[in-house]
Each structure stands twice: as structure tokens, then as C-alpha cells.
Design a protein around this ligand. Structure first.
Ligand SMILES: [Fe+2]
Length: 211
């Protein structure tokens, strides 16, 4: 670790150092064999502040790293920033709380990434999902044809029986908690308020067949 790195907060040191270069690497070397039935992308999301600095681990810009697997080969590795408003305008790097509560596109998109209904979604729990294409380039924020009007969790659950994506949104403002159900084909079919006592923060949840 360099002396300069030691000056930085722990979440920007060593293995947590921001990656700021977007790369595309083909013909990856494979150690051992990749099962040929694996056909898809292995992707991860994490915070990489585009300015090189964030004052908190949660406020870095979302960057998706992925490996494309097909026919027993690792076709590519690539990493891409999720193109949020904070990437277009790094002067906006500091999150404005009032704006964050009302502008559902003002996401850092840095918490999780899931695949559903043919889309890759970069998620953070206070705003709309950001859709990505198969090459990890950003399509844009999605509000499910206007049906989503508030935050969307970073931890939706995909039902192995129905293919539906079950999710929720929470807020400091009414409605405090909303249940969301996206159909297998990507239509937001259910938006239902859940009565709770007041402003809510809820990071994750779980769902069973009956509860
Ligand atoms: Fe989490």
C-alpha cells in the first residue's frame, strides 16, 4: 500500500481501491474447464467513485464487472460504470438529500445486480432500477412503463416457480412501504401499499409460499 493510500478512508484502500478504467478483455485464460452448460454472464456490482474519492462506502458510483461464459469458454471480461446522472456530471458526486428523495433517477446503482425478464438491473434501494444490456452498457433507469413511482429494493427475490420478481420499496415519505410484483415477462403487475407505523428503512426481506 502506498503512503497516499494510507491517507484514504479504509473503504478506498487496498483491495477496495476504486477501479476507474473501463476495460474489455477477450480470450481469457481458463484454468481447468468451464462446464459447457453454463451459458450467460457472471456479474457483480460495487462502488467505484468516479472521482477516486467517496466519503462513505455506500456513496461510490456503481460499476458492473462481468464475465461472459458460453460453450465452455470465457468470451470476455468487461467492467462498466452504470451511467447514472452522477457519471454524466461528477460535480453532482455529493448526494443532495432533498433531490435524492424526489428524483427517482438519482441512484448510484451500486448495491446489487440481478437478471430478470431478459434485462440486467443495477440496483440501489432508494431509487429506480437501472437497466443494462448484455454488454453491460446502460440502457437507463426504468419505471416499468410509469407504474413504479417510488424506490425499488436492491434485494428483490425471483420466484423459482413463477419467474416473478418480488420486491418492495420503502421511504421516509408516504407511502412508507410498498410491495411490488413484476411478472416473468417484466410487467409491474402489483403495487400495493403495506401499512406500517411511520417512516421506514428496510434493507432486505424474504418471501415464502404463504407469507
Ligand atoms: Fe444488502
Amino acid at each position: 500500500m502506498t503512503a497516499l493510500e494510507e491517507e484514504l478512508p479504509q473503504h478506498l484502500q487496498g483491495n477496495w481501491s476504486p477501479v476507474q478504467e473501463e476495460r474489455t478483455i477477450a480470450d481469457l485464460t481458463v484454468t481447468g474447464t468451464i462446464p459447457p452448460e453454463l451459458d450467460g454472464r457472471y456479474v457483480r456490482n460495487g462502488a467505484n467513485p468516479i472521482t477516486g474519492f467517496s466519503d462513505h462506502p455506500f456513496t461510490g458510483d456503481g460499476m458492473i464487472h462481468g464475465v461472459r461464459l458460453r460453450d465452455g469458454a470465457a468470451e470476455w471480461y468487461r467492467n462498466r460504470y452504470v451511467q447514472t446522472p452522477f457519471i454524466a456530471d461528477p460535480d453532482r458526486a455529493v448526494i443532495d438529500m432533498a433531490e435524492s428523495l424526489t428524483d427517482m433517477t438519482s441512484s448510484k446503482a451500486n448495491t446489487n445486480v440481478v437478471g430478470h425478464a431478459g434485462q440486467i438491473l443495477a440496483l440501489e434501494e432508494g431509487h429506480f432500477p437501472y437497466a443494462l444490456d448484455g454488454n453491460l452498457d446502460t440502457v437507463g433507469p426504468t419505471d416499468y412503463d410509469g407504474r413504479l413511482t417510488g424506490p425499488f429494493t436492491a434485494h428483490p427475490k425471483i420466484c423459482p416457480d413463477t419467474g416473478e420478481m418480488l420486491a418492495f420499496g420503502y421511504s421516509m415519505m408516504e407511502p412508507y412501504l410498498t410491495y411490488l410484483r413484476v411478472s416473468k415477462d417484466g410487467t409491474l403487475e402489483q403495487v400495493e401499499n403495506i401499512t406500517v407505523g411511520g417512516p421506514t428503512m428496510m434493507h432486505d426481506f424474504n418471501v415464502t409460499r404463504n407469507h
